[in-house]
Design a protein around this ligand. Structure first.
Ligand code: PCA
Length: 215
């Protein structure tokens, strides 16, 4: 089995992105699955071109995109991606879409094929905080999650894909009081546990445990 894991480059005012830092340091093999690591730019559309090319080049069974969610306190597997770009800030190419549909012929939203509850449980069992998220926002992270789902819909029906948002690193919150953070070692441990859960649940449904949220 092959799993393509992508990490975004730094964006906004940050000089580092925990996503690509963690992805670079993942093991090359997890539960006998080959891990292919690719850095992607925090640029609308361009990031999807890079992932599309990587899917063609590597023919992975799974795509797992990783991105920073500054302010979150846990590793959060995302349940759903929406057909909507709405930038709070410009992307790394200076583009700031407002109220844009990503694909006119795509679904309004796509659910991930990944077992988000099993992933969350595995991350917690590894000693790292985790919960299932039901919004990946409206910036480049939701965009790439949606774009990969659109590729599955239109072009790669056997592919399975999803997304994990991760908190700031400790050195990103030195001047951001009362903001949660997680160490790079914990990011790596948690993402590795989530990938193990993906491999273990391959061909099976997600586990049926409580994992919903009220907000
Ligand atoms: N996080 C941003 C885009 C790149 C990243 O790592 C987001 O949550 O949309």
């Amino acid at each position: 089995m092959k799993i393509l894991v992508t990490g975004f480059d730094p964006f906004g005012t940050d000089k580092i992105n925990p996503a690509i830092e963690a992805v670079k340091k993942l093991p090359d093999t997890i539960s006998s699955a080959e891990i292919i690591k690719v850095e992607i730019p925090t640029i609308f559309n361009k990031c999807a071109e890079v992932v599309h090319q990587a899917i063609i080049d590597y023919k992975p069974d799974y795509v797992l995109d990783i991105g920073q969610a500054g302010g979150r306190s846990a590793l959060t597997p995302e349940r759903v991606a929406i057909n909507f770009d709405d930038g709070r800030i410009k992307d790394n190419a200076g583009y700031q879409p407002l109220n844009q549909t990503i694909h006119a012929d795509g679904q309004n939203a796509y659910f991930t094929q990944l077992p988000v509850k099993a992933m969350t449980q595995a991350i917690i069992e590894a000693g790292i905080p985790s919960y299932v998220s039901t919004t990946a926002g409206t910036y480049v992270c939701n965009h790439i999650m949606y774009q990969v789902q659109y590729m599955i819909d239109k072009e790669f029906p056997d592919l399975k894909a999803g997304f994990i948002h991760i908190p700031f690193l400790p050195n990103q919150v030195l001047k951001r009081p009362n903001t949660p953070c997680l160490s790079l070692a914990d990011d790596i441990k948690g993402i590795t546990a989530a990938i193990k859960a993906i491999v273990e649940r391959d061909g099976k449904n997600d586990i049926e445990v409580i994992g919903g949220s009220l907000s």
